[in-house]
Design a binder for this molecule. Sequence first.
Ligand SMILES: NC(=O)C1=CN([C@@H]2O[C@H](COP(=O)(O)OP(=O)(O)OC[C@H]3O[C@@H](n4cnc5c(N)ncnc54)[C@H](OP(=O)(O)O)[C@@H]3O)[C@@H](O)[C@H]2O)[C@@H](O)CC1
Ligand SMILES: Nc1ncnc2c1ncn2[C@@H]1O[C@H](COP(=O)(O)OP(=O)(O)O)[C@@H](O)[C@H]1O
Length: 455
Amino acid sequence: MRRAGAATARLAMALAPHARCIWIACGPGNNGGDGFAAALELVRRGRRVTVTFDGDAQRLPSDARDAFDRLCAAGIPIAPEAPVHFDLAVDALLGLGASRAPGGRMRDHLRRMQTRGAPVLAVDLPSGLDADTGQSSVDPGVAGPGLRHCLSLLTLKPGLFTAQGRDAADVVWFYDLGADRASVPPDARLPGRPAHASRPHDSHKGSFGDVAVIGGAPGMTGAAWLAATAALHAGAGRVFVGLLDDEAPSPAADDALMRRNPRSLALDRMTVVCGCGGGTAVDALLPEVLSRAKSLVLDADGLNALGRHPGWRELLQKRAQAHRATVLTPHPLEAARLLETDTQAVQADRLAAASQLAHALGCTVVLKGSGSVIASPDDCPRINPTGNARLATGGTGDVLAGMVGAALASGLDPQSAATQAVWWHGAAADGWPADRPFSASQLARQAGLGLAPPA
Ligand SMILES: NC(=O)C1=CN([C@@H]2O[C@H](COP(=O)(O)OP(=O)(O)OC[C@H]3O[C@@H](n4cnc5c(N)ncnc54)[C@H](OP(=O)(O)O)[C@@H]3O)[C@@H](O)[C@H]2O)[C@@H](O)CC1
Ligand SMILES: Nc1ncnc2c1ncn2[C@@H]1O[C@H](COP(=O)(O)OP(=O)(O)O)[C@@H](O)[C@H]1O
């Protein structure tokens, strides 16, 4: 606890070096104890603090009680009220032990620190956030303009990076408390920036694989063109479009895209991206696609078709047995249909939902949304750290499906292909110039993947 307190104090001083008042809001457990320890350290370093305590000193756990006693012995008072003005708030109300939604004075304190415009530094976890799932019992949407930092202790908690976690903490810091946890298996991994791969000079279009997009039923052809454009710009050697609407004209999209009858495609030699705008028309082709595609990305209506025809799941299992790569890219509602549950249940534990689907269907699964989860049957799940709410607009999922297709076609294994494509897709949105309108069609043209060569 002393180490946690000292690390919190150091970070507080770095975040607000000229603070005239640092408010440290302490709660009833060891998270509050970390707050007491931080207050002691800050005072020792000459800073002015106001400490509030939402708890009962008699019921503090022993370490926290010890920190509380040291605070009292140093003559640092517990303030009856939160300060009117503060330059930094330290949220040491609830950490790992939060067991219900905060109410009463604790809730008022949280609201006050979130809405005053000063930065907030949460110790270990933002109060109310579930460390494993990223579900929050406090609405992170009420936050004001101040940046929310979190100093995660001992481990980086998965919940900070998915579901509501990315709203609860804008900036995540990490301190391992000096503990060696190398032998502890992680619950999830955070992929870093994938390496850019240079293309060998002695290569040709056949070196980077063929992608066929099958989708685009009447009224929804745009989705297929988006996926195809993204696959092309992401580096696929050749991209074919098999529209499910025979009558639809080809838009003035990239001339390099090649339109084909979906039934004439050499599926056995191609990476097939199936389902974008497929409607129910995709049902007629899906069993053949599942059986024959060399590698496969199943999106949108392709996934919904699997929900309607549970018998076809066996074809996915057969693909797995034959070591044919398959990546499913459901958003939470599509995942819920496949799991025969509802969106709320999927979002309540995104890591578990993605892993359950991956195991049940023998595929790599990208569960999309804030902090997309990439899960494969025999691998530790990844939580993608890039992307933002700019992507919350129609068609960006089609773009992602095309990008995953290009990554698979380049020869990457499904987990690497999905991880890299999701990373670049999010990074494109993160780096989008503020003065340039964002749309899925623009994104599709920025889909360049810095694909690493296959291992
Ligand atoms: N583990 C480690 O290795 C390390 C742990 N460290 C630190 O300890 C923290 C975990 O401490 P913790 O287990 O004491 O839990 P904590 O978050 O303080 O809360 C528990 C208390 O809150 C109460 N309570 C719960 N919900 C509530 C609500 N809504 N409203 C009001 N009260 C509520 C709950 O009461 P109860 O549910 O029992 O009624 C109990 O009294 C961790 O996050 C990190 O900061 C680090 O120092 C280093 C290594
Ligand atoms: N708030 C957000 N933060 C990060 N990524 C997001 C957010 N909202 C959407 N996305 C991403 O945008 C894409 C949307 O896909 P999807 O829901 O299938 O949309 P569509 O069907 O319109 O193409 C996914 O890759 C998803 O992860």
